[in-house]
Ligand binder design. Structure first.
Ligand SMILES: [Mn+2]
Length: 256
């Protein structure tokens, strides 16, 4: 299951293509609040369901107390990944993730409904009121017990009543962590290789056994932030994304 918009489309296509290269076929559900993104030929070809998100329940959610960032407000659409689509587990992956190897632990039925990795980039700030361990919301495996409208409504409620203070943990991830702690949701922690977070191409540690590489911060397809092309870690990580040639060309009208 993926969430996309026109800005993240190149990442979404690359994620789906790289995932498919390492896994047996499974239904792919594409979520977006933009009809234009859902009409992308690659997503039409590879998405088993393409679902247009109704933004109305999110209209009164503000990401921060003071600021009004539309970009961050849209991250709350990720709550829709908790919908009941008839599967034992919903596997959600961020569009800024590249699949480098098979990721079997995401698909195991297991004992706990929620499975996620610790956010290795998380650093407590002075104003932070949360908990020492925070999960990263880029890779989520969601079992049936947590799927459905009531979980989505609960997450929206927390976002409305306890908005973030901004900074690193703002947006959907901050709300998910508040929900985990407030409602005592048990989390089955995934190894770091299942969500290897590299903020702004930080370094190449962990790459040899990495399964899911998460491009936090700079996005390889945007390319404009590469202000230090001589940094080897930056070059290696950015090149990994660009060199992934698994993306099949989208079908054209003439092929149909
Ligand atoms: Mn991400």
């Amino acid at each position: 299951m993926v969430l996309t918009d026109t800005l993240y489309l190149p990442g979404t296509r690359r994620l789906i293509a790289s995932w498919n290269r390492h896994h047996a076929p499974r239904p792919i559900i594409v979520l977006s609040a933009e009809a234009e993104a859902l009409s992308d030929p690659f997503l039409r070809a590879h998405g088993h369901r393409r679902i247009l998100i109704d933004p109305a329940p999110y209209a009164d959610i503000r990401p921060y107390r003071q600021r009004r960032s539309q970009r961050h407000a849209r991250t709350f659409f990720k709550f829709e990944a908790f919908g009941d689509f008839g599967f034992e587990r919903n596997l959600f992956l961020d569009s800024d993730i590249l699949c480098l190897r098979e990721a079997p632990a995401l698909l195991e039925s297991g004992t706990l409904p929620l499975r996620a990795a610790v956010d290795t980039g998380f650093r407590k700030t002075r104003a932070y009121r949360g908990h020492p361990h925070e999960i990263n919301s880029g890779v989520l495996s969601i079992g049936r017990a947590l799927q459905g409208a009531s979980t989505i409504a609960r997450l929206q409620e927390i976002a409305r009543t306890h908005p973030g203070r901004g900074g690193y943990n703002a947006g959907d991830q901050g709300i998910l962590n508040k929900w985990i702690h407030a409602d005592r949701i048990e989390v089955d922690l995934l190894p770091p290789a299942y969500n290897l977070i590299k903020k702004n191409y930080a370094d190449t540690a962990g790459l040899p056994d990495c399964r899911l590489l998460h491009f936090a911060g700079h996005k390889p397809w945007l390319g404009q932030q590469r202000n230090d092309a001589t940094d080897p870690a930056m070059a290696v990580l950015e090149e990994l994304w660009h060199a992934d040639a698994s993306e099949a060309p989208p079908p054209t009208r003439n092929d149909l």
